[in-house]
Design a protein around this ligand. Structure first.
Ligand code: GRF
Length: 235
């Protein structure tokens, strides 16, 4: 994980935990999955949560857990690049080693992406490159796909592009409604995202092992409920 400092502040004594900053814009159920999974964990510490939306419900989830929060509204800065630079400085000051986009609904400027390189990951509710952008589940459903799913990938300068870390397919069941299809996709997200963060933490402990480690990522529950496929290495 290049270009990010070693973790600084740990609420749990030593600083062996992977320091993670989560960027959010909305409800924050994926943030909640991370907070729940790593509460009190010596492996991962959420050191900050930032949003472009001052009223994002996700911020309240962080505050409830005493995680420092900050808002970087686009309107408070002269340009998107300026806003992203301020956010980058805040992230670095938190000592973050991994930045997780969990429903962060703005495109990051090239400078932001380049300074964090492969240390920014995003979760997206489709099997990318299919259905990038907004309303991915609805669009997949209304096109009558046989399956959609979840992708977690390294962030690059594009919209929902960048090297895939893991993908997990969810088959559309016969007669299934959109609401249930969405629910099942979100369920996979809430399992997969903390699992990927845990893999980053493990990879770091194992002295920068290659992201090929992700090839082994497949939980028992996932195997039962949906079909796992197309797991590619990040870099
Ligand atoms: C998730 O579906 C995520 O994949 C997408 O935005 C949604 C965020 O949901 N990028 P939440 O705010 O985590 O509940």
């Amino acid at each position: 994980m290049p270009n990010l400092p070693a973790g600084q502040s740990s609420r749990y004594g030593d600083s062996q935990a992977l320091s993670v900053v989560v960027l959010v814009s909305g409800t924050g159920t994926n943030l909640q999955a991370i907070l729940d999974r790593f509460r009190g964990s010596p492996e991962v510490e959420v050191v900050g949560v930032a949003s472009n939306k001052p009223d994002a419900p996700a911020l309240a989830r962080a505050k409830r857990e005493d995680v420092p929060t900050e808002t970087f509204a686009r309107t408070s800065y002269g340009s998107r690049a300026e806003r992203d630079e301020a956010m980058a400085q805040w992230i670095k000051a938190r000592g973050a080693q991994l930045v997780v986009l969990a429903g962060y609904m703005e495109i990051l400027s090239p400078r932001f992406v380049n300074q964090f390189q492969a240390s920014v990951i995003n979760i997206h509710p489709s099997l990318l490159p299919a259905f990038p952008g907004l309303n991915s589940i609805e669009r997949a459903y209304s096109e009558g796909v046989a399956e959609s799913g979840v992708t977690i990938h390294i962030v690059d300068e594009g919209v929902d592009t960048g090297p895939v870390i893991v993908q997990h397919a969810v088959r559309l069941r016969q007669g299934e409604g959109l609401h249930e299809f969405e629910r099942r996709i979100h369920e996979v997200e809430h399992e997969l995202l903390p699992a990927v963060v845990a893999r980053f933490a493990k990879g770091r402990q194992k002295a920068r092992k290659s992201p090929r480690n992700f090839a082994a990522l497949r939980t028992r529950k996932s195997r039962r409920s949906t079909r796992s496929r197309a797991i590619a290495s990040a870099r």
